[in-house]
Ligand binder design. Sequence first.
Ligand code: PGA
Length: 280
Amino acid sequence: MTTQRKTIIAGNWKMNKTPKEARELASAVVESVKTKTDLPEIVLCPAFVALHDVLEVAKGTPVNVGAQHMDYRDEGAFTGEISPVMLTSMGVTHVIIGHSERRQFFGETNATVNLRLKAALKHKLIPIVCVGESLDEREEGLTDAVVRRQVAAALIDIDEESTKTLVFAYEPVWAIGTGKTCEAAEANRVCLLIRGVVNEFYSRAEGGHKGAKSTAGDHVPILYGGSVKASNVDEQLALPDIDGSLVGGASLNAGEFQSIIVAGAKRQTTMASKLTRSGT
Ligand code: PGA
């Protein structure tokens, strides 16, 4: 059965662009989509200091603004941190959680990803939770085990209803910023695995009560990220379980990012017409 899931194209600008540069890049993205219809959900994730500028530019346009990270507490003595309350008060709607660079360089763990995910949901931010294996893990044949563990750990104590706003991103660490893209078929396989883990997670949780089989995962958009470019995105988005792209390097170039948005729009239209044909 074909399930309706939104297509999402998100740009993770990482630690790039001053507020002035971010404003210029956001303006170029907004300009490129302004006359278009049937757009995918578009999200720009600039650095914290550029959120204000990008929000101003994006206001009243189809472009959403997300943060790249956040603390899980509402306020307090946590020098250097930014809280979900601060983000929502500005108009930020999305937040990336557990990006591999946070896991690798800033001590992010599966447990803190879970705390951040709960905080995001509590504050009605749309979380984009990143999972993915390292090169060593892939070479040792541990991809599925690592991804399964990351997904299941992220979901601890999250009720099934909340998965309606949840987004996952499969980002194999070895493909990030390296120019090495995961083959589209393999990326699709792992995205499907993630969907299955979500279904299993809630089937188990439900099992104790009603023995019902959950289909929560069928409704969760799962993005692929890792060296996504205009030249490889069509192939990825043609596959059934890759619902969009989390784009790093290529999102810093307005023209490249525009082409990726166009690919997202194409996927969205194709999916909608499949649904119409299947009558679901
Ligand atoms: P990349 O980064 O597109 O530069 O590989 C993706 C990401 O880290 O989200």
